[in-house]
Design a protein around this ligand. Structure first.
Ligand code: WT7
Length: 655
């Protein structure tokens, strides 16, 4: 990676005065709390933990461990239950308050569930899980669409101390299988089908296929979403509604240690298979509740909507655990931004009077392309705050979001974080931080970012380098499930004593952070995180393929797209048909989000004399940056360069 001086003319938007008055945190308070959080982290977090969370047994110490040893723990000795914190404790004052507003794919389908109702459903389902043999510490896989039952299933697991592993409904049966096997799940909770943009997604069929290779899954609970006929294993499958009907509505929450696992969530890295990021209970809940309140400036009467899928960390932290811990009303949307029309998001905002709206840059880019009319024909008067997450947002897109969607009245919180971090680490606080389009601005309380060079040394202002975090915070993952050594090797080996994020960034003279995206072999396609190696492995599974290498290319809507180089086996003739087959191969083995945008044939991959693929060169060629290919003197097969460039020209429809 290069370290270079970056010069971005940055534009400021001061905090709107009307907003500043009502917000919890102003600039002076931010400074004061931030300083305290760094100088006296134990006092700071100890107080917040008591303020945001109800503890069954108080903790004896705030934290222990360090990044050096990769053994951080939070709120030691404390006992609590996440479902109690998201439900039971709200019943007295907020029992009748709506916890979840569900908006179906079809605009005529809406459901509102109060805290009291949610508490009863979760309790019934939790008892059902127990009846089917699920105990504290067991892993339960949840493979559901965006329906309230996904929240019920997660909270029911949490209630009895079982560890949920939610798998995104867009993943294929193979991806589901590897995730079930990796954490040895005992049960799968799924639906007959999902619905998105009017199209059905065969979740039960995928589950049946996955389970052919998973002998330890004894029970499958199936939510009836569409009612279409499905295959049924008599001794294994159970209808969700029967579990609910048969479950006792009284279920005492299991009080578990602060450091006990709450969930596993798989995410992609540079190398190898997706890893099971394990989050524990106490630190995570404190952190997501607190960030949800202050970063979104959430007030009691607000209607809050995060458009993410619950299969990703954003859904876990900011649709379910953060908002529900704060007794918020959280909107859950089953569909997509373009169905039935490109106005759908804004129609939902008007329908449910949404005040806080949190989405991904890729969605904003796609909607912006369709023109302002789809936005301007809606009211959006209820909106007061906008947020983005998942990838860098280009300043022009930020401006459109700010001016057209928010009509210049809503601050935008550009929130930077990761599956591993549990919650948001760098973001404006709406009443405290001047906004800069394209910058995630400042660290949250307790977060100490640093930009370092190749050798791990901090570098100068306005110079790009690797983003690391110097000190632990509650909310950070505990380990990679079943592979603690991989946890150490991935995050703490390259730069000692700090957490290596995998992102590139620079800090400007005002201390604001600008995150440029991944500087490892992770690709962000429409904000979805994919590893190059898993896509390459999938291509290699095809009998025609002898070698494959995958790189990211910029994409107008998706942010990044996948560009694959493939060499076929000697006897195989490359063809357009084969290209389509390979794309299908990746679709089927990982999921539609991993489909390569383009495949380029090559006789051979460029390799160094030590046999390593020169990805830097492949990236340059894919991006059409062929004027300056950099140092290629270490190539063992320099003759491939010419062929790579020649073949690249054939893919002219890719800019
Ligand atoms: C990666 C983490 C954490 C929620 C969803 C993604 C990129 C995330 C931003 C942002 C620039 C961002 C980073 C990060 N990213 N938010 N505001 N600006 N980049 O979680 O799937 O674990 O991906 O998303 O590259 O490393 P994830």
């Amino acid at each position: 990676m290069h370290t270079e001086r970056v010069n971005i003319m940055s534009k400021h938007y001061e905090v709107p005065s009307t907003f500043a008055k009502k917000a919890y945190i102003n600039e002076a308070l931010y400074q004061k709390w931030y300083q305290q959080s760094i100088d006296e982290p134990e006092t700071f977090w100890g107080e917040r933990a008591k303020e945001f969370i109800s503890w069954h047994t108080p903790f004896e110490a705030v934290k222990s461990g360090s990044f050096e040893k990769a053994d951080m723990r939070w709120f030691i000795g404390g006992k609590l239950n996440a479902s109690f914190n998201c439900l039971d404790r709200h019943l007295k004052d907020n029992g009748k308050k709506v916890a979840i507003i569900w908006e179906g794919d079809d605009p005529n389908e809406t459901r509102k569930i109060t805290y009291k109702e949610l508490h009863e459903l979760v309790s019934r389902f939790a008892n059902g899980l127990k009846n089917y043999g699920i105990q504290k510490g067991d892993r339960v896989c949840i493979y559901l669409p965006m329906i309230p039952e996904v929240a019920i299933a997660m909270l029911a697991c949490a209630r009895i101390g079982a560890i949920h592993s939610v798998v995104f409904g867009g993943f294929s049966s193979d991806s589901l299988k590897t995730r079930i096997l990796d954490s040895d799940c005992k049960m799968v909770i799924t639906a007959d089908e999902g619905i998105r943009a009017g199209k059905k997604i065969a979740l039960k069929e995928n589950t049946d296929a996955a389970l052919k290779g998973c002998p330890n899954v004894k029970k499958v609970i199936v939510v009836k979403r569409t009612g279409n006929p499905i295959h049924w294993e008599k001794n294994r499958d159970i209808w969700y509604h029967e579990v609910i009907e048969g479950g006792d509505p009284q279920c005492e929450p299991e009080m578990i240690d602060s450091d006990d696992p709450l969930f596993i969530l798989y995410t992609s890295g540079s190398t190898g298979r997706p890893k099971g990021v394990l989050h524990t209970t106490g630190g995570y809940l404190v952190y997501v509740a607190m960030t949800h309140k202050y970063i979104f400036d959430y007030h009691e009467e607000d209607i809050y909507w995060c458009t993410a899928d619950v299969g990703w960390i954003t859904g876990h932290s900011y649709i379910i655990y953060g908002p529900l811990a704060n007794a918020a009303t959280t909107v859950m949307f089953e569909g997509v931004p373009h169905y039935p029309s490109f106005s759908r998001y804004w129609e939902i905002v008007d329908k449910h009077k949404v005040n806080i709206f949190y989405t991904a840059p890729t969605a904003i880019r796609a909607l912006r392309r369709e023109g302002d009319l789809f936005v301007s024909k809606t009211s959006r008067k209820s909106l007061k705050l906008l947020g983005t997450v998942g990838e860098p947002i280009n300043p022009e897109v930020w401006e459109w979001y700010y001016q057209v969607v928010g009509e210049g009245r809503c601050p935008i919180v550009d929130t930077w974080w990761q599956t591993e971090t549990g919650g948001i680490l760098i973001s404006p606080l709406p009443g405290a931080t001047a906004l800069k389009p394209g910058s995630a601005t400042l660290p949250f309380f307790g977060i100490e970012p640093e930009i370092v060079d190749e050798t791990g040394k901090p570098i100068k202002t306005n110079t790009s380098g690797k983003l690391v975090i110097k000190k632990p915070w509650p909310g950070f993952m505990k380990t990679i499930y079943g592979d603690h050594q991989r946890f150490i090797d991935t995050y703490f080996k390259e730069v000692k004593g700090v957490y290596l994020t995998g992102d590139g960034a620079h800090r400007d003279e005002e201390g604001d952070y600008w995150i440029s995206g991944r500087n490892d072999d992770v690709i962000k396609v429409s904000g979805h995180r994919l590893g190059t190696e898993e896509i390459e492995s999938s291509l290699l599974e095809h009998p025609a393929v002898s070698e494959a290498a995958v790189v990211a290319i910029p994409h107008e809507i998706k942010g990044e797209a996948i560009y694959a180089y493939v060499s076929t086996k000697a006897e195989i003739e490359p063809s357009e048909n084969l290209k389509q087959e390979l794309k299908r191969q990746v679709r089927n083995s990982i999921g539609p989000i991993a489909t390569p945008e383009e495949i380029q044939w090559t006789e051979a991959l460029p390799k160094t004399r030590s046999g390593k693929i020169m990805r830097r060169l492949l990236r340059k060629v894919a991006r059409n940056e062929i004027e300056d290919l950099g140092d290629v003197s270490t190539l063992s097969n320099p003759f491939v360069i010419e062929e790579l460039i020649r073949e690249r020209k054939k893919n002219q429809d890719i800019p």
